[in-house]
Each structure stands twice: as structure tokens, then as C-alpha cells.
Write a protein that binds this ligand. Structure first.
Ligand code: AMP
Length: 444
């Protein structure tokens, strides 16, 4: 057999999946497995425990759903109770996974249940009683149900932890471990995380995966995102950012846009002025009740609202077709959050544009993100809206601003420097060690 045959990309039929699943995949328009699907599905079908690095946008959901559904279809069980449990960090992600699971299971008789906070508790209890073979849940609400003895995971075949890094960052570590403790010890476990270097993920992997688990590392985090154009626009302050934001939204060509802020307050604040410009804007953040969040997602999906201002929490894992513009109103706190934000666009190889609005105090954070990604973004200016801040005058090799240790406003910092210099001058005389030559210890 020629060597290069091993490099030939697999088709879905090569993966030996059940006919009902191949039919669904075809109906969904998936022509070929994505890289994470090519690597993870064969191993999962061998019933291996897996630790997989994959982000939203990579096709990771089908990478764990397809082998799981295949398994439930081929190894029929007469036992009652849940057979597959999928944990996701947020309600939106759980809902999306539920939708994808329903689509992939369309030609099967498998029952699927969704259990998330913010929805009716009694209905969810009865979903469990109706014996859904697959449960997709957020950890907090599931723990409540476990505490009420409403679950039975003693015959569980597969446990999936999706976006494990995020679940841990959100403080679900104990819940996740407690839930895993309630599951059948013989189960298969698939752990998906955007990063494998997260300390908590490694710790959890050691606890919940069997000893000889396989790792699938696609290193997608540092991929070039070549279908996403990434730009920086410098700004004087938040007021200047608001003007730039409105200009971009009124002048760029896009179907749907997502604007990220670091706080709920800022997300709320931006909405009104943008609406005032005649834009169809909505807000999405964790403080809103679930009904409002669902409604907003519905309006965004159907296009009645085509711009959403959101915090990281609400946007994590969000998969909406047609988002081709992402604007970071606030620079995210780290490179991983940046990747998650811009990953909302440029999905399934579509083209996307990501613009970060950067104040002087955010320059170093932004340059750290570029270093982390091993990329340098294009700097863009809008002639009519040029401000006084043009970026640092001098850059260090690292890309940080020279003399940028002091993050306070320049005037304050300068006044402080003068104060220190004056104090030092006064103290020079006092600190001087007596010497035979009177001026020997004076600084020149
Ligand atoms: P995910 O990474 O699971 O959030 O998937 C991102 C998007 O890619 C979703 O809209 C999926 O429906 C889609 N998708 C998943 N697998 C494939 C595939 N093999 N071919 C085309 N699209 C896919």
C-alpha cells in the first residue's frame, strides 16, 4: 500500500458509523470529517478514554456526539437509566449541543434530555423520569437533581465533559468531580478542552479518565485563524471607542456582528447609543434571566437583531451562522479569551473580521495577546476619527510600550515623578555619609 494513502482524508463512511448517523450527517450538509473528527472519532469508537484539545468551531460537538450515538445504537441496552451524559459550562452551549444531538439522532429513536438552570425544574425532573438515554446538562442544575435522587447514572456508558477548562474556570470543579463520582465506574469518558495546559484540566483528567487514556492535541489555539482578518484600532478613551464602534457598525459590510465587553455594565451602556444610531442591537450577559437570553438568541439567529453586545460568559461556545464581524470594545484579559471571542466568526472556513479597540492602558495587554498567538495584527485608522493617541512612541522588542510600567494617566504619572525627584533631592543631603571630601557622595 503506498504510504500516502494513510494521509488521505477520511470520509464519514470510512468511519464505519451507523447508517442512521451517516444519513443525518448528509442531511446536515457535512461533507467530510473535520480534523478533530478524523482523529477523535476512530479512537472513541474503540471505546478509549480521550483528552482532546478542540475549540468551538472545530466540529468538536459532532466529534463526541457521533461515536456516542453510534455506541448507543449498536450496543442496545435493556437497562433503565441514562446511558450518555454530556456536561457543558453554559446554558447556551448545552442548548446548542442539544440541538446538534437532535439533528444527528433524527433517524434514530434515541431520546435526548436537556437540563439547565433557568428552566422549569419539574419539567427537567420528568425528562429524567421519561428515561432519556442522553442527557445534556450544565453542572449546577444537574447537581441539584442528583441531590434530590432524581438521576440514575449507574449504567452510564459515556460521560463527556465539554469545554472542561471553562467549566473549571467558572468554579464547577467540585460539581464536575461529584457528578463523575455518581457515574458508573466502567464508563468511557471523553474530555474536551480548548487548552491542555490548563492545570485544573490536567488534574481533572487524572481523576476522571482511565489510566491509559489517549490524547488528541490539535494545537488549534495557535493556528493562524487565516480566514479571520485581525485588526487593531487605537483609541483615546471609551468615548472615542464608542465613536469608532458606531462608525464600524455603520460602514463595514457584515451580516451579523458581536461586540465584546469585559463587564455587564459596559454591555448595557453601549446598547442605547447604538440603537440611537438606528442599529438593530441587543445585549446578552449572565445577569439576564434565561427567558430573555433565549429570546435574544432567537432574535439574533433569525436576524431581527443583527448586532449583539455581550460579555465572555454569554458568548462562550455561541454558534450562530453569519457572524462575520467581531469587535473587542474592551481588550480581553488574556489570549485564550481573545481566541474564544474571535472564534465566533470565521466558522467553518467562512471569512471574518475581528477588530480590537485599544486604549493606551490596554496596549501591553494587546501586545501580550499577539505574542501569545505569535501574530502581529494590522493597525487600522479611520481618518475622520483619528484621536491624539497613536500608539506607543517606542516599542520594546516584546512589542510592549517603552517606559510603560506606570499604567496611570500620563499627567498623573509625570507629577508623581517630579514629586519623587524633589524628595530625592532633599534626601540626598540627609543620607550623605560624612566624608573628608565634602561633595564625594553627591550624585552628579
Ligand atoms: P462545533 O465546533 O461543534 O461548535 O461546530 C461548529 C460548526 O461546524 C457547527 O455549526 C457544526 O454544525 C459545523 N460542523 C461540524 N462538523 C462539520 C463537518 N464535518 N463539516 C461541516 N460543518 C461541520
Amino acid at each position: 500500500m503506498p504510504d500516502n494513502l494513510t494521509d488521505t482524508p477520511l470520509t464519514f463512511s470510512d468511519l464505519s458509523l451507523a447508517e442512521a448517523l451517516l444519513k443525518a450527517v448528509e442531511k446536515m450538509g457535512f461533507e467530510q470529517p473535520t480534523p478533530v473528527q478524523q482523529q477523535a472519532i476512530p479512537l472513541a469508537l474503540e471505546r478509549k478514554d480521550l483528552l482532546v484539545s478542540a475549540e468551538t468551531g472545530s466540529g468538536k460537538t459532532a466529534a463526541f456526539l457521533l461515536p456516542t450515538l453510534h455506541h448507543l445504537l449498536t450496543l442496545r441496552s435493556t437497562l433503565f437509566g441514562t446511558r450518555a451524559l454530556i456536561l457543558a459550562p453554559t446554558r447556551e452551549l448545552a442548548q446548542q449541543t442539544f440541538n446538534q444531538c437532535r439533528a444527528l439522532a433524527e433517524f434514530t429513536e434515541l431520546k435526548i434530555g436537556l437540563i439547565t438552570g433557568g428552566e422549569d425544574f419539574k419539567q427537567q425532573q420528568s425528562a429524567l423520569r421519561r428515561n432519556a438515554q442522553i442527557i445534556i446538562a450544565t453542572p449546577g442544575r444537574l447537581m441539584e437533581l442528583i441531590n434530590q435522587d432524581a438521576t440514575d447514572f449507574s449504567h452510564l456508558d459515556v460521560l463527556i465533559l465539554d469545554e472542561a477548562d471553562r467549566m473549571l474556570d467558572m468554579g464547577f470543579s467540585e460539581d464536575v468531580q461529584a457528578i463523575a463520582g455518581h457515574c458508573n465506574g466502567q464508563r468511557q469518558t471523553l474530555l474536551f478542552s480548548a487548552t491542555l495546559t490548563h492545570y485544573g484540566v490536567i488534574k481533572i483528567a487524572d481523576k476522571v479518565l482511565k489510566n491509559h487514556y489517549k490524547t488528541v492535541a490539535l494545537n488549534t489555539l495557535h493556528d493562524g485563524h487565516s480566514n479571520i482578518r485581525q485588526q487593531i484600532m487605537v483609541a483615546d478613551d471609551n468615548g472615542h471607542k464608542q465613536k469608532l464602534l458606531a462608525w464600524i457598525l455603520l460602514n463595514e459590510t457584515y451580516d451579523k456582528a458581536l461586540i465584546f465587553t469585559n463587564t455587564r455594565l459596559r454591555a448595557n451602556e453601549l446598547q442605547g447609543p447604538l440603537r440611537g444610531q438606528g442599529l438593530r442591537v441587543g445585549v446578552l450577559h449572565g445577569e439576564m434571566d434565561q427567558k430573555d437570553r433565549n429570546r435574544m438568541m432567537f432574535l439574533f439567529r433569525d436576524g431581527s437583531v443583527n448586532i449583539i453586545v455581550s460579555t465572555d460568559l454569554a458568548a462562550r461556545g455561541l454558534d450562530v451562522k453569519g457572524i462575520n464581524l467581531v469587535i473587542n470594545f474592551d481588550v480581553p484579559r488574556n489570549g485564550i479569551d481573545y481566541i474564544h471571542r474571535i472564534g465566533r466568526t470565521g466558522r467553518a472556513d467562512e471569512q471574518g473580521l475581528a477588530i480590537a479597540l485599544v486604549k493606551s492602558t490596554e496596549w501591553n495587554l494587546m501586545s501580550g495577546i499577539q505574542r501569545f498567538l505569535k501574530q502581529t495584527f494590522e493597525c487600522r485608522t479611520i481618518k475622520a476619527l483619528e484621536g491624539s493617541y497613536k500608539g506607543p512612541k517606542k516599542l520594546k522588542l516584546s512589542g510592549k510600550a517603552v517606559g510603560s510600567k506606570d499604567k496611570r494617566e500620563p499627567k498623573k504619572a509625570a507629577a508623581e515623578k517630579v514629586k519623587i525627584r524633589d524628595r530625592n533631592k532633599k534626601n540626598i543631603g540627609k543620607r550623605r555619609v560624612p566624608s573628608k571630601k565634602p561633595d564625594e557622595n553627591l550624585e552628579s
